[in-house]
Design a protein around this ligand. Structure first.
Ligand SMILES: Nc1nc2c(ncn2[C@@H]2O[C@H](COP(=O)(O)OP(=O)(O)OP(=O)(O)O)[C@@H](O)[C@H]2O)c(=O)[nH]1
Ligand SMILES: [Mg+2]
Length: 215
Protein backbone atom coordinates (compact mmCIF):
# COMPACT_ATOMS: atom_id res chain seq x y z
CA UNK A 1 0.00 0.00 0.00
CA UNK A 2 2.75 2.41 1.04
CA UNK A 3 4.80 1.49 -2.01
CA UNK A 4 1.90 2.28 -4.32
CA UNK A 5 1.38 5.65 -2.66
CA UNK A 6 5.06 6.54 -3.07
CA UNK A 7 4.87 5.57 -6.75
CA UNK A 8 1.88 7.86 -7.22
CA UNK A 9 3.66 10.76 -5.54
CA UNK A 10 6.71 10.27 -7.72
CA UNK A 11 4.74 10.03 -10.97
CA UNK A 12 2.74 13.18 -10.12
CA UNK A 13 6.06 14.91 -9.43
CA UNK A 14 7.52 13.66 -12.71
CA UNK A 15 4.65 15.22 -14.66
CA UNK A 16 5.28 18.65 -13.18
CA UNK A 17 9.03 18.20 -13.59
CA UNK A 18 8.46 17.55 -17.32
CA UNK A 19 6.44 20.79 -17.56
CA UNK A 20 9.25 22.66 -15.78
CA UNK A 21 11.87 21.16 -18.10
CA UNK A 22 9.91 22.24 -21.19
CA UNK A 23 9.40 25.72 -19.74
CA UNK A 24 13.13 26.09 -18.99
CA UNK A 25 14.13 24.84 -22.45
CA UNK A 26 11.74 27.27 -24.18
CA UNK A 27 13.36 30.11 -22.24
CA UNK A 28 16.87 28.80 -22.86
CA UNK A 29 17.80 28.71 -19.20
CA UNK A 30 20.00 25.94 -17.79
CA UNK A 31 19.01 24.65 -14.36
CA UNK A 32 21.36 23.00 -11.89
CA UNK A 33 20.01 21.11 -8.86
CA UNK A 34 22.71 21.41 -6.16
CA UNK A 35 22.51 18.75 -3.48
CA UNK A 36 24.58 17.45 -0.56
CA UNK A 37 24.57 16.86 3.21
CA UNK A 38 23.87 19.64 5.69
CA UNK A 39 27.05 21.67 6.06
CA UNK A 40 28.90 20.11 3.11
CA UNK A 41 29.45 23.63 1.73
CA UNK A 42 26.69 24.16 -0.87
CA UNK A 43 26.00 27.80 0.00
CA UNK A 44 29.70 28.61 0.38
CA UNK A 45 30.34 27.02 -3.02
CA UNK A 46 27.54 29.15 -4.48
CA UNK A 47 28.97 32.34 -2.98
CA UNK A 48 32.33 31.54 -4.56
CA UNK A 49 30.77 30.48 -7.86
CA UNK A 50 28.58 33.56 -8.20
CA UNK A 51 31.53 35.86 -7.49
CA UNK A 52 33.37 34.25 -10.40
CA UNK A 53 30.50 34.07 -12.91
CA UNK A 54 28.17 37.05 -12.52
CA UNK A 55 30.18 39.21 -14.93
CA UNK A 56 29.92 36.45 -17.57
CA UNK A 57 26.37 35.07 -17.38
CA UNK A 58 23.01 36.01 -15.86
CA UNK A 59 22.26 33.85 -12.82
CA UNK A 60 19.49 33.50 -10.22
CA UNK A 61 19.26 31.17 -7.24
CA UNK A 62 16.43 29.29 -5.56
CA UNK A 63 17.26 28.41 -1.96
CA UNK A 64 15.57 25.42 -0.33
CA UNK A 65 15.68 25.43 3.44
CA UNK A 66 13.67 23.68 6.14
CA UNK A 67 12.81 26.80 8.12
CA UNK A 68 15.14 29.78 7.76
CA UNK A 69 16.19 32.39 5.18
CA UNK A 70 19.84 32.31 6.28
CA UNK A 71 21.23 30.94 3.02
CA UNK A 72 19.05 33.25 0.89
CA UNK A 73 20.42 36.22 2.84
CA UNK A 74 23.97 35.06 2.10
CA UNK A 75 23.20 34.78 -1.62
CA UNK A 76 21.47 38.17 -1.66
CA UNK A 77 24.71 39.73 -0.42
CA UNK A 78 26.42 38.64 -3.65
CA UNK A 79 23.91 40.80 -5.57
CA UNK A 80 22.23 37.83 -7.28
CA UNK A 81 18.41 37.50 -7.29
CA UNK A 82 17.30 34.77 -4.91
CA UNK A 83 13.97 33.13 -4.11
CA UNK A 84 13.55 31.36 -0.78
CA UNK A 85 11.49 28.18 -0.43
CA UNK A 86 10.82 26.94 3.11
CA UNK A 87 9.78 23.31 3.13
CA UNK A 88 8.52 23.56 6.76
CA UNK A 89 10.44 20.44 7.71
CA UNK A 90 10.22 18.65 4.34
CA UNK A 91 13.47 16.89 3.44
CA UNK A 92 13.62 17.87 -0.26
CA UNK A 93 12.33 20.27 -2.90
CA UNK A 94 9.80 18.97 -5.41
CA UNK A 95 8.84 20.04 -8.92
CA UNK A 96 5.70 21.91 -7.82
CA UNK A 97 7.70 24.06 -5.39
CA UNK A 98 10.09 25.00 -8.19
CA UNK A 99 7.21 25.73 -10.59
CA UNK A 100 5.68 28.11 -8.03
CA UNK A 101 9.00 29.81 -7.23
CA UNK A 102 9.63 30.41 -10.94
CA UNK A 103 6.49 32.55 -11.14
CA UNK A 104 8.54 35.22 -9.35
CA UNK A 105 11.50 34.97 -11.75
CA UNK A 106 12.02 36.41 -15.23
CA UNK A 107 13.48 33.27 -16.81
CA UNK A 108 13.95 35.00 -20.16
CA UNK A 109 16.51 37.24 -18.47
CA UNK A 110 18.58 34.29 -17.18
CA UNK A 111 21.26 31.94 -18.51
CA UNK A 112 21.57 29.81 -15.39
CA UNK A 113 19.22 29.02 -12.52
CA UNK A 114 20.82 27.30 -9.55
CA UNK A 115 18.65 25.48 -7.02
CA UNK A 116 20.23 24.73 -3.65
CA UNK A 117 18.27 21.75 -2.38
CA UNK A 118 17.61 20.92 1.27
CA UNK A 119 20.73 19.49 2.96
CA UNK A 120 20.24 15.72 2.66
CA UNK A 121 22.02 12.93 0.77
CA UNK A 122 18.87 10.85 0.23
CA UNK A 123 15.48 12.43 -0.60
CA UNK A 124 16.54 15.22 -3.00
CA UNK A 125 17.97 12.63 -5.39
CA UNK A 126 14.56 10.94 -5.69
CA UNK A 127 12.67 14.03 -6.84
CA UNK A 128 13.15 15.37 -10.35
CA UNK A 129 12.54 19.15 -10.36
CA UNK A 130 12.99 19.57 -14.11
CA UNK A 131 16.67 20.43 -13.89
CA UNK A 132 19.19 19.94 -16.69
CA UNK A 133 21.61 18.28 -14.33
CA UNK A 134 22.22 17.49 -10.70
CA UNK A 135 25.40 18.25 -8.73
CA UNK A 136 26.38 16.72 -5.39
CA UNK A 137 28.75 18.23 -2.84
CA UNK A 138 30.49 15.73 -0.55
CA UNK A 139 32.81 17.20 2.04
CA UNK A 140 35.96 15.47 3.20
CA UNK A 141 34.77 15.54 6.83
CA UNK A 142 31.77 13.31 6.02
CA UNK A 143 33.90 10.23 5.37
CA UNK A 144 34.99 8.39 2.23
CA UNK A 145 32.36 5.65 2.68
CA UNK A 146 29.46 7.96 1.77
CA UNK A 147 29.28 7.32 -2.00
CA UNK A 148 28.65 3.59 -1.48
CA UNK A 149 26.28 4.22 1.44
CA UNK A 150 24.21 6.79 -0.49
CA UNK A 151 24.64 5.60 -4.09
CA UNK A 152 21.55 7.13 -5.76
CA UNK A 153 22.64 10.74 -5.43
CA UNK A 154 26.01 9.92 -7.05
CA UNK A 155 24.37 7.84 -9.80
CA UNK A 156 21.97 10.69 -10.60
CA UNK A 157 24.50 13.52 -10.63
CA UNK A 158 26.51 14.82 -13.57
CA UNK A 159 29.16 16.23 -11.27
CA UNK A 160 30.45 15.78 -7.74
CA UNK A 161 32.51 18.23 -5.74
CA UNK A 162 34.78 16.74 -3.08
CA UNK A 163 34.78 19.86 -0.93
CA UNK A 164 36.86 21.00 2.07
CA UNK A 165 39.91 19.45 0.47
CA UNK A 166 41.95 21.83 2.68
CA UNK A 167 40.94 19.63 5.66
CA UNK A 168 42.29 16.42 4.09
CA UNK A 169 45.43 16.26 6.30
CA UNK A 170 43.27 16.31 9.43
CA UNK A 171 41.02 13.39 8.47
CA UNK A 172 41.27 9.72 7.49
CA UNK A 173 39.43 10.40 4.21
CA UNK A 174 40.90 8.27 1.44
CA UNK A 175 40.66 10.40 -1.69
CA UNK A 176 41.60 7.59 -4.06
CA UNK A 177 38.97 5.19 -2.80
CA UNK A 178 36.27 7.89 -2.72
CA UNK A 179 37.07 8.83 -6.32
CA UNK A 180 37.07 5.17 -7.35
CA UNK A 181 33.71 4.50 -5.67
CA UNK A 182 32.07 7.57 -7.22
CA UNK A 183 33.37 6.60 -10.67
CA UNK A 184 32.26 2.99 -10.24
CA UNK A 185 28.74 4.13 -9.36
CA UNK A 186 28.69 6.60 -12.24
CA UNK A 187 31.39 6.19 -14.90
CA UNK A 188 30.54 9.46 -16.67
CA UNK A 189 30.48 11.69 -13.58
CA UNK A 190 32.85 14.64 -13.45
CA UNK A 191 34.76 15.01 -10.17
CA UNK A 192 36.26 18.23 -8.79
CA UNK A 193 38.31 18.59 -5.62
CA UNK A 194 37.50 21.97 -4.12
CA UNK A 195 38.21 24.15 -1.15
CA UNK A 196 35.79 27.02 -0.84
CA UNK A 197 37.94 28.59 1.87
CA UNK A 198 41.35 28.27 0.15
CA UNK A 199 40.16 28.44 -3.45
CA UNK A 200 41.44 25.09 -4.79
CA UNK A 201 39.59 23.79 -7.84
CA UNK A 202 37.14 26.69 -8.06
CA UNK A 203 38.38 28.07 -11.37
CA UNK A 204 38.16 24.62 -13.02
CA UNK A 205 34.69 24.09 -11.54
CA UNK A 206 33.33 27.47 -12.67
CA UNK A 207 34.80 26.97 -16.14
CA UNK A 208 33.04 23.58 -16.40
CA UNK A 209 29.78 25.18 -15.25
CA UNK A 210 30.16 28.01 -17.72
CA UNK A 211 30.57 25.48 -20.54
CA UNK A 212 27.36 23.75 -19.44
CA UNK A 213 25.42 26.98 -19.92
CA UNK A 214 26.56 27.47 -23.51
CA UNK A 215 23.40 26.52 -25.42
N1 LIG B 1 37.50 24.31 5.80
C1 LIG B 1 36.50 24.48 4.94
N2 LIG B 1 35.28 24.87 5.37
C2 LIG B 1 34.30 25.02 4.45
C3 LIG B 1 34.48 24.80 3.07
N3 LIG B 1 33.33 25.03 2.43
C4 LIG B 1 32.43 25.38 3.37
N4 LIG B 1 33.01 25.38 4.60
C5 LIG B 1 32.38 25.70 5.89
O1 LIG B 1 31.42 24.69 6.16
C6 LIG B 1 30.32 25.25 6.89
C7 LIG B 1 29.00 24.91 6.20
O2 LIG B 1 28.98 25.55 4.94
P1 LIG B 1 27.62 25.88 4.16
O3 LIG B 1 28.03 26.45 2.85
O4 LIG B 1 26.72 26.69 5.02
O5 LIG B 1 27.00 24.42 3.98
P2 LIG B 1 25.64 23.99 3.28
O6 LIG B 1 25.92 22.73 2.55
O7 LIG B 1 25.09 25.11 2.48
O8 LIG B 1 24.71 23.69 4.55
P3 LIG B 1 23.09 23.53 4.58
O9 LIG B 1 22.50 24.60 3.71
O10 LIG B 1 22.76 23.72 6.02
O11 LIG B 1 22.76 22.15 4.10
C8 LIG B 1 30.59 26.76 6.99
O12 LIG B 1 31.15 27.04 8.25
C9 LIG B 1 31.59 27.00 5.87
O13 LIG B 1 32.43 28.10 6.11
C10 LIG B 1 35.79 24.41 2.64
O14 LIG B 1 36.07 24.16 1.46
N5 LIG B 1 36.75 24.24 3.61
MG1 LIG C 1 23.24 26.01 2.52
Amino acid sequence: MEIKLMKNILSANDEIAAQNRKHFAERRVIVMNLMGSPGSGKTTLLEQTLTRLTDKIRIAVIEGDLFTAKDAERIERTGVDVIQINTAGGCHLDAAMIQKACESLDLDALDLLIVENVGNLVCPAEFDIGENFKAVVLSITEGDDKPLKYPLIFKESAVTLLNKIDLLPFTNFNLQSARRDVSTLNPTIKIFETSCTRGDGLNDWTQWLLERTAI
